[in-house]
Design a protein around this ligand. Sequence first.
Ligand code: SF4
Length: 193
Amino acid sequence: MYRLRLYSVRQARAFEWIYKRVEAVMVALDPVFRRLGYNRVERPVAFVEKCVKTLLFDCRMCGQCVLSSTGMSCPMNCPKQLRNGPCGGVRPGGFCEVKPDMKCVWALAWDGASRMREGADRINEVLPPVEHGLTGSSSWLRVSREIAAARRTAKDAARQTLAEAFSGARAAEPAAAPLAEEPEKAVKRNSGV
Ligand code: SF4
């Protein structure tokens, strides 16, 4: 497991790409999830997420995944569970002061982030503290649901703006445009002359 965790950090760029694709698929599935009910799909999705991420990242299912901000190194593996950088006790060679056989999670995070396309920017973001109420829930589902909801709201707002613009244009328009005169030939034909 530990070796796989190290491997995942070395492959952080590939995982960044995969994560973006998974997110896109999850967002696209929003209508299906809404039809089935998010509550119903929570357990199976959380189960799959747990299996995949435990294997690859030693995930603890905190429910607020920050892997893309931490170079694919899970901060929940830090014995002090620090979410915003290492403590002052990192040993020479980047090892943990509590578990001397283990590389500091944040030393790994820095390495992984430097391999990622957006890692260098994201690792500098200040992460919120862990909300324990979300432990065990699916981060994938929650994040994709939030993105899909935000997109729906933006789409509704755009539709509303368009509808208002049309009704405004109609109000400014003359009620009926004057009809053009009919050509003489047509008048004769209609009257049978
Ligand atoms: S940050 Fe949380 S959800 Fe993400 S891998 Fe670590 S424990 Fe799992």
